[in-house]
Design a binder for this molecule. Structure first.
Ligand code: PMP
Length: 288
């Protein structure tokens, strides 16, 4: 496997970064997770834009144009002869000293890993997922805005541990004041009275690329879709619930905190959106 590291393609075994890299010491950096489908990089422009926005938010100047970044991704994909893959694009503050001061880091570290995609088992898509509400709250946006896709994922990992403790694979994270934010690595949608609802990202959620794709699909097929502040009562009372994310795509949820959602099976609106999303992955992206 070839890894792109600071301008060079090198073997996985030789792709090392310094123990003084602030990405490692402090989680000081940003990243993206991108998917390719049969030689098409899904919504690449949107991922690149979000990466540069995240970097801007932490005042990290990526020393590479967006076009050069796209070229580096394509070069890495081609070197690994991958058609269906998961791309992990990481920019750290770079090598510094043991203090926090980002000014001590003269050059960001850039690396790109392209690998086979690890998926949820097929039966989760057919039967639906069971999840829980995490006791761990989502980061308070004025402290660390969840819209920044930073290398600081401890908040999400703590909630993932909550999910694992409860014997499930995902968990809903609430805001400090009890609104639904998102899951540990996915956004959340509910269907209520025939309307598709998802929390606004301002409450404290990542503006998911898959979330945006689902909203645009819904609008295209005249399905009412709104951003709305949601409480757990709304989620429990929903007829359908599903999660969205680059790796998960659209995954139905049929049980939350041991309560059955709807009739306990993936709902018709969810299934319709899954079908439409599949079509979109065949056309919406950059060919390489
Ligand atoms: N929320 C969080 C916290 C995430 O890490 C992700 C990405 N895995 C998502 C939502 C979904 O975003 P996207 O659809 O862009 O993958």
């Amino acid at each position: 496997m070839k890894i792109y590291l600071n301008g060079k393609l090198i073997s996985k075994e030789k792709a090392h970064i310094s123990v003084f890299d602030h990405g490692l010491l402090y989680g000081d950096g940003v990243f993206e997770g991108i998917r390719t489908y049969d030689g098409l990089i899904f919504r690449l422009k949107e991922h690149i834009d979000r990466l540069y926005k995240s970097a801007d938010a932490i005042k990290l100047n990526i020393p590479m144009t967006k076009i050069k970044m796209i070229e580096a991704i394509i070069k890495t994909l081609k070197a690994n002869k991958l058609k269906d893959s998961y791309i992990r694009l990481v920019i750290t503050r770079g090598v510094g000293d043991l203090g926090l001061d980002p000014r001590k880091c003269s050059k960001p570290t850039i690396f790109i890993i392209t690998d086979k995609i690890a998926l949820y088992p097929k039966e989760f898509y057919q039967k639906g997922l069971e999840i829980v509400t995490a006791p761990t709250r989502r980061n308070y946006p004025p402290a660390l805005d969840p819209r920044i896709k930073s290398l600081n994922y401890l908040n999400n990992i703590l909630a993932k541990l909550d999910a694992i403790k409860a014997g499930t694979d995902e968990a809903i994270m609430l805001t400090y004041n009890d609104y639904v934010a998102e899951c540990t690595g996915d956004n959340i949608f509910i269907v209520k009275d025939g309307e598709l609802l998802t929390p606004p990202v301002e409450v404290g959620a990542l503006e998911g690329i898959t979330r945006d794709a689902v909203i645009s699909i819904a609008k295209n097929i005249d399905m009412p879709v709104y951003e709305k502040m949601l409480k757990m009562e709304d989620v429990y009372a929903a007829t359908e619930v599903f999660l969205t994310g680059t790796a998960a795509e659209i995954i139905p949820v049929v049980k939350i905190d041991k309560r059955q959602i709807g009739d306990g099976k993936p709902g018709t609106i969810t299934l319709k959106l899954m079908g439409e999303f599949r079509k979109l992955t065949k056309v919406d992206g950059v060919r390489y």
